[in-house]
Design a protein around this ligand. Structure first.
Ligand SMILES: N[C@@H](CCC(=O)N[C@@H](CS)C(=O)NCC(=O)O)C(=O)O
Length: 195
């Protein structure tokens, strides 16, 4: 399978999950402004949405959206799903929260023309949303003692938070450092040229 990504973008979450899951995959870099892959292919022909992540499966099907891709990866690598009868439900619940309440919260920060006040308001909302996760973390990782696909996504949001001046509540800074030390995370970040 092939993951289409941009360095340090939200697609890093999918890259980390693939690596953590021990799956065999290729990555293809996309230049978002031109919508071209590093080999010069038209990315819009692969994923008409035009944004990363997109993943092309062995059978040729393309899937998009972080929630769907991370869910699919965790079906192939069940160690990325928290244990228990509600494990998969808790994972989807966390992925949805990260996607809709945190990831999308960065939009005003990335949108040209947002005023400084607008950017600060977005930072404050993201910090509050992170606060909920900080208060409800169930162990060393978001959903317990084991790394799950939700940790891959939250980790990227914490990298963005550090870069864009969001006040990250504890224990999420210590958590970010713990995730960053994982060999699969280091491997994915190196492969994207981030470290
Ligand atoms: N709804 C999508 C959003 C993905 C997204 O925001 N991708 C960003 C990178 S993090 C992107 O490629 N933006 C370029 C664009 O929208 O033109 C998802 O959750 O997967």
């Amino acid at each position: 399978m092939k993951l289409y990504y941009a360095p340090g973008a939200c697609s890093l979450a999918d890259h980390i999950a693939l690596q953590e899951g021990g799956l065999t995959f290729d990555i293809v870099k996309v230049d978002i402004p031109t919508r071209k892959t590093e080999a010069g292919e038209d990315f819009l022909a692969i994923s008409p949405k035009g944004y990363v992540p997109a993943m092309v499966l062995e059978g040729g099907e393309t899937i998009s959206e972080n929630i769907a891709i991370l869910s699919w990866i965790s079906e192939q690598a069940p160690a990325l799903v928290p244990p228990g009868a509600l494990g998969r439900t808790r994972l989807i619940e966390a992925l949805a929260y990260i996607s809709t309440e945190i990831h999308k919260g960065f939009k005003p920060i990335f949108t040209p023309g947002t005023t400084d006040e607008g950017k600060q308001a977005a930072r404050d909302v993201i910090a509050a949303r992170l606060g909920y996760l900080a208060d409800t973390m169930a162990g060393d990782y978001l959903l317990g003692d084991n790394f799950s696909a939700a940790d891959a996504y939250l980790f990227v949001m914490l990298l963005w938070s550090a870069k864009h001046g969001v006040a990250v509540p504890e224990p999420l800074n210590a958590y970010r450092d713990r995730v960053m030390a994982r060999p699969a995370v280091v491997a994915a970040m190196k492969r994207e040229g981030l470290i």
